[in-house]
Design a protein around this ligand. Structure first.
Ligand SMILES: Cc1cc2nc3c(=O)[nH]c(=O)nc-3n(C[C@H](O)[C@H](O)[C@H](O)COP(=O)(O)OP(=O)(O)OC[C@H]3O[C@@H](n4cnc5c(N)ncnc54)[C@H](O)[C@@H]3O)c2cc1C
Length: 488
């Protein structure tokens, strides 16, 4: 019930605020009907609420924890703050190569957390204000349950909706027989509040979350080993991005073992001992379990009300409708990419759909993806392998531009590439990048993919010099048959 207090604060600040105060208002009837009742106030849920409110729909937004959900409190924002602190540590440690004399004295975790929590706190306050100041949104603090195809119950009170949006998010998964104790065997939730820099960590899982934490800890001076069952790190990315990341991690002395399934973990006197396939054992102070996120849908009444599910995920059609009329689902509980901006876009889509605006269906492949480790990995569209599967190997053309030829990347001393995938005589259908700061290039890359641009069309656009965006420009020039600084 923490939210009610903060919502009341918001209401004192802004007289238009209609944040739920029902707990205190004895005169209010025990039933309330809304255009939309949303279960979960994370990225997907709150985006639905904000867009629906703009469209003059009345909304009840039910949240049992903190508005903003995983992304704001336990995901995107805190991890990126840690990654930025890690970058500062690396730049200090490596400053001499730029002629700057500085010494890294140490990492003060309390101060790192205070910086990180300051960022979260400011964004949280802003979000509370935004939601609280909308006359169309009622924020309800408490755990909800779907009790009818058109109603959610919270602490005995029923919220009826002409439409329901399920947005209950995800949780950190583990493996069978692998018990999370929150002390030596931890998830990302625990890692984000760890009060010390451990001496060594084993990271189980070489996906996005695993490599981001491995990157942070290495920069903080930790001995890190990643264990991944699949044959490569960031296995959902283009194979060339994985190879380049593995090369960069080797250079950074981040240990990793790929194609090695986890077998067991035992506690030792001062840490953990992990056994992997083949019998090899590795010891460390901590084990971070980063093997993916499961849908948070158990015991919420979804199945009882007839919502079709698959292994805990809510099944929807491309318009995000579930099998029950007027019940929609958004965010991590819908199979596909588990990313905050996908949740935002799905929330906007559902609100507009309910308002009768017939929005365009979201192309899942057109959702940009960034892994914020050092070096960053960013992509949009199809990988080379997927494109060849879909269009035939002889119809797919590739160009790989090495950042070695990009002035700004040389200044930053980063290695990497921009790889383009196109259909022969057709548009660009995949952009895959690796290198320091390439996450920022994804804005242009996603426009290229989503607007179905041809290499020649991008080639005629001017890219500022010296910038890393030039790498995108040069790659398109080359693919258009008129390379500038490279041989195509
Ligand atoms: C470590 C980490 C790093 C990440 N980094 C990134 C990143 O850099 N970029 C990115 O795009 N994505 C990132 N993600 C993923 C991103 O956080 C999720 O994709 C996003 O938060 C999903 O939004 P959602 O609305 O589906 O769920 P959530 O954000 O999980 O929100 C669901 C909300 O529902 C509430 N809820 C659940 N059950 C109930 C109930 N019964 N009653 C009331 N409320 C309920 C929960 O309290 C929660 O607030 C990261 C995730 C993690 C864990």
């Amino acid at each position: 019930m923490t939210e009610v207090g903060s919502a009341q604060e918001a209401s004192r600040r802004d007289p238009r605020c209609t944040v739920a105060t029902w707990e205190l208002d004895v005169s209010e009837p025990n039933d309330a009907t809304f255009d939309i009742v949303i279960l979960g106030g994370g990225s997907g849920g709150y985006a639905t609420a904000l867009r629906a409110a703009q469209l003059n729909l009345s909304v009840a937004l039910i949240e049992k924890g903190k508005l903003g959900g995983t992304c704001l409190h336990n995901g995107c924002i805190p991890t990126k703050a840690l990654l930025h602190a890690a970058e500062v540590a690396d730049q200090t440690r490596e400053s001499e190569q730029f002629g700057v004399k500085a010494e890294l004295v140490g990492i003060d975790m309390a101060a790192v957390h205070s910086y990180k929590d300051g960022v979260i706190g400011r964004l949280y306050k802003g979000l509370q204000g935004l939601l609280g100041s909308s006359k169309n949104i009622t924020v309800v603090a408490g755990a909800g349950r779907l009790v009818a195809p058109n109603a959610v119950e919270v602490d005995g009170k029923r919220y009826t909706g002409r439409n329901i949006v399920l947005a209950s998010g995800s949780y950190a998964k583990s493996l069978p027989g692998l018990e999370i104790d929150g002390e030596r065997v931890i998830t990302s939730d625990h890692a984000l509040t760890l009060d010390r820099v451990p001496s060594s960590v084993i990271v189980l899982g070489g996906g996005v979350i695993g490599v981001e934490f491995a990157s942070v800890w290495k920069s903080f001076g930790v001995d890190v080993t990643i264990i991944e069952a699949l044959p490569r790190l960031v296995a959902a990315e283009d194979e060339d991005s994985s190879k380049a990341l593995e090369r960069a991690f080797r250079k950074r002395k981040i240990n990793f073992k790929v194609g090695k399934p986890f077998e067991k973990v035992e506690k030792t006197a001062d840490g953990v001992k992990v056994t992997i396939a083949g019998g090899e054992t590795i010891e460390a102070e901590l084990l971070l379990v980063a093997v993916g996120r499961g849908p948070n849908t158990a015991n919420l009444g979804y199945e009882e009300q007839g919502v079709k599910m698959d292994r805990g995920y809510v099944l929807t059609d491309e318009r995000l409708r579930t099998s029950v009329p007027n019940v929609y689902a958004v965010g991590d509980i819908v199979p596909g990419l588990q990313l905050a901006h996908r949740g935002f876009q799905q929330g906007i889509f559902v609100a507009e759909e309910i308002a009768g605006q017939n929005p365009a269906v979201i192309d899942e492949a057109g959702i940009p993806r960034i892994t914020y480790c050092d070096p960053e990995v960013a992509s949009v569209g199809l990988t080379e392998a997927k494109a060849k599967e879909q269009y035939g190997a002889d119809k797919v053309k590739i160009f790989n531009y090495n950042l070695g030829g990009n002035g700004r990347s040389q200044i930053l001393k980063t290695a990497g590439h921009v790889k383009l995938v196109r259909v022969e005589d057709g548009p660009v259908i995949g952009v895959h990048m690796i290198g320091a700061r390439v996450g920022e290039l994804i804005g242009e890359a996603q426009l290229i993919y989503n607007w179905e641009a041809y290499p020649a069309e991008v080639a005629q656009l001017v890219h500022a010099h010296p910038s890393q965006t030039e790498a995108l420009g040069e790659a398109h020039l080359a693919l258009a048959g008129k390379p500038l600084h490279v041989h195509a």
